[in-house]
Every structure is written in C-alpha cells, then in structure tokens.
Design a protein around this ligand. Structure first.
Ligand SMILES: [Zn+2]
Length: 120
C-alpha cells in the first residue's frame, strides 16, 4: 500500500538523520504534504505507530503541513491556487496551466529531545 511504503521510507530517513545528530529520542517529525499527493495522514500515523515500536522515534508526534495545489498560467505567468480542480487562470481566463505545487511529500524537519551527551 502507498502509505506503508511512505512510512517505511520516512522512518529510514528519520533514523539516519537522528543517528547522524547523535539523538537518543525523536520527539516530532514535521512533514510537508501536497494536496495532490493522495497522502492520508491517518494511515501514516497508523503504520508509524506500529513500525516505530522499538526505535528512537517511538511515541514521536507526526505533524502534517498541507500544501495547496498551485498552478502557473503559461500565458500571463500568474501563479494561483487551484481550487476544486478549476484550471482556469483568474487573471486572463487562459486554460494553459502548468502545475507548480501540490505533489510535495517530504520530511521538512525532525525535532530531537535527547542528544545523549549526559553521563558516559
Ligand atoms: Zn493567465
């Protein structure tokens, strides 16, 4: 399933970054999600809860920043938000629209709670 693969990739990525930073615990993972990516946050949360078991990101909070669908008019270069799949330029009413945003799906940042510098 789509979200399962995404969650797996996300966990690998976060693990790599956290280890590089010497973190002992990841508190929060901030994701950027385009409207068009077809990404279901609840599904990812569900998989994450299971797959993060036993890792440094167990109990980490997932946040999803939604990015709207954006288009750019090829005729007048206006950029605008595409609502309800209305692919018409609001400025010149042109129909030649290029997609410039909405497919995003990536980890924006992670927040770690413990760098493990204490004691030994
Ligand atoms: Zn236009």
């Amino acid at each position: 399933m789509h979200e399962l693969a995404i969650t797996q990739a996300m966990i690998e990525l976060v693990k790599e970054h956290a280890e590089k930073a010497g973190a002992k615990k990841v508190g929060r993972i901030n994701l950027v999600v385009g409207e068009l990516s077809g990404f279901v946050g609840e599904c990812v949360q569900f998989y994450f809860d299971q797959m993060s078991e036993g890792t440094i990101m167990k109990d980490a909070e997932l946040t999803f920043k939604r990015v709207p669908t954006m288009g750019r008019c090829r005729d007048c270069s206006k950029e605008f938000e595409i609502k309800e799949m209305n692919w018409t330029c609001p400025s010149c009413k042109g129909n030649s629209i290029q997609l410039v945003g909405g497919n995003e799906l990536f980890v924006e940042s992670i927040e770690v709670e413990d760098y493990g510098n204490k004691g030994a």
